[in-house]
Design a protein around this ligand. Sequence first.
Ligand SMILES: [Zn+2]
Length: 327
Amino acid sequence: MAGLTIPPEIIASMPVRFGIRSPQLGGSTGASSQFWALLAQRGVVPAAPPANSDPLAMLRGAWPVSGTVTSTYGPRSLLPGETFHSGIDIAVPEGTPVCATGDGTVRFVGNTDGYGLRIEVDHGNGVTTLYGHLSAADVRPGQRVQRGQVIGKSGNTGLSTGPHLHYEIRQNGRAVDPGPLLRAAPKGSAQGIERISALPYGRAILQAAQRYGLDPALLAAMVKVESGFDPRAVSPAGAKGLLQLMDTTAAALGVRDPFDPTQNLDGGARYFSQLLQRFGGDVSLALAAYNAGPGAVEQAGGVPPYPETHRYVSAVLATWRALGGTG
Ligand SMILES: [Zn+2]
């Protein structure tokens, strides 16, 4: 926090002074972004984002689709005339929903060259993302989009050797390797990871958590509370599988079979990582949004006053701690 010289005891009193509900003070990550935004609104701190000098960081851990990477960034000679691959290819069936990997503004939608139908999103600070070989675009230039929002459907248009998404990140007009941003740093201690891998579907839980930069113990706690590790579980409301995805949520995430453990974990983990991002890293709010919907959390300005949601958040947090989580 360069330039911020407010003494810790003043910081500690701020939630009381400003009536902020869930400030998440302390800990390794410090205050949540919502908290800083509130302080900035009140003129207490400058409006600049705290400790976030890497403009690419906003894309960290976000995948535009879930699938197998069939070609990485860098030199290659698969296609005639192409010697350097400026993005990564993720194999997905045609028509798979493609999500924006960060908040931004659509700056191009069109079909002009080897990319086929492509969408470009401007994330500010010179960072853009490109989604190529699409079969359909759901957005138009100038439209604001959020991280995780479906912007189009994957396809096989342009210079493409099979159905896949070409995903590219550019910084100041130059392509950069998306790989390190997709490989979020693994979280959790060695003992914690041993404990998770011994659980039912433990390996798949670890992989999904790593893919989206989540604490594996937190994801495992969600699976335990949601479904009791039963991939065939169906709730009275119709939520399905290990992470109890509703049909509409599953469809939006590109999950074709919610009873497939790997697909369900991947989709649920991706959705939860989007919610964490949306609620400034506040785990309680993201869990409440997973249970009651993000709209209900935004409307309530906190965990909504539903007994079931309060029970759910408490149960996951308790299970998370029991599994060695740091929350
Ligand atoms: Zn490609």
